[in-house]
Write a protein that binds this ligand. Structure first.
Ligand code: HEC
Length: 162
């Protein structure tokens, strides 16, 4: 558990100390009496904004919902002892059979390298879940690895908005 926590903190530190430290806390607004209304920030969400077209945004959100669905199926597969469900969910979240939209096509150049690095680091973590599942590891061990995978979701969500 300590290892997992450490990973999350390292990610936060490496990626966006500001976004992580301010997560869940609205920044204080110091307002002098002479400050005009236009100087008051209306949006306290300090995460980096990714500028995408409507179609690209939809693509990202679809991928996200696939990640969430896969996560649910992995947990269901582990709790009901169905490794085949775990493995088919992992194949979905790893995006096999979905073309290369991030290196070519719709998403080419749309997302900063740091975002793509975080996304591929998360996929590496999912691959470790898959390796464990295929080698017949017990559910507890797989859950520990899943938990460390989910730290990447959290870290990216703390850093970016679209
Ligand atoms: C590399 C960055 C990154 C990673 C990794 C990531 N996400 Fe996201 N996710 C985003 C961004 C950016 C948004 C949009 C957030 C916003 O604008 O508020 C988002 C939004 C979502 C949404 C909302 C979708 C909707 O339809 O509104 C879900 C659900 C989600 N992510 C699930 C996950 C899960 C589960 C994981 C991990 C297994 C994950 N994400 C990993 C970047 C990421």
């Amino acid at each position: 558990m300590k290892r997992v926590l450490h990973l999350g903190l390292t990610l936060c530190a490496g990626v966006s100390a500001v976004a992580c430290s301010q997560q869940g806390r609205a920044p204080e607004v110091f307002q002098s009496e002479s400050a005009s209304l236009t100087e008051i920030p209306t949006n306290s969400d300090t995460r980096i904004v990714l500028t995408l077209t409507a179609q690209q945004r939809l693509h990202v959100l679809e991928e996200m919902n696939r990640f969430l669905l896969s996560t649910q199926e992995i947990v269901e597969g582990l709790s009901s002892d169905h490794p085949e469900l775990v493995q088919s969910a992992l194949a979905d979240s790893l995006g096999r059979n979905q073309g290369q939209s991030y290196s070519q096509g719709l998403m080419k150049g749309a997302l900063p390298p740091e975002y793509r690095q975080m996304r591929s680091a998360m996929k590496q973590e999912f691959k470790k879940v898959e390796t464990l599942s295929k080698s017949g590891a017990d559910s507890t061990e797989i859950l520990v690895q899943l938990s460390s995978t989910l730290m990447y979701c959290q870290s990216c969500h703390g850093t970016y908005q679209i």
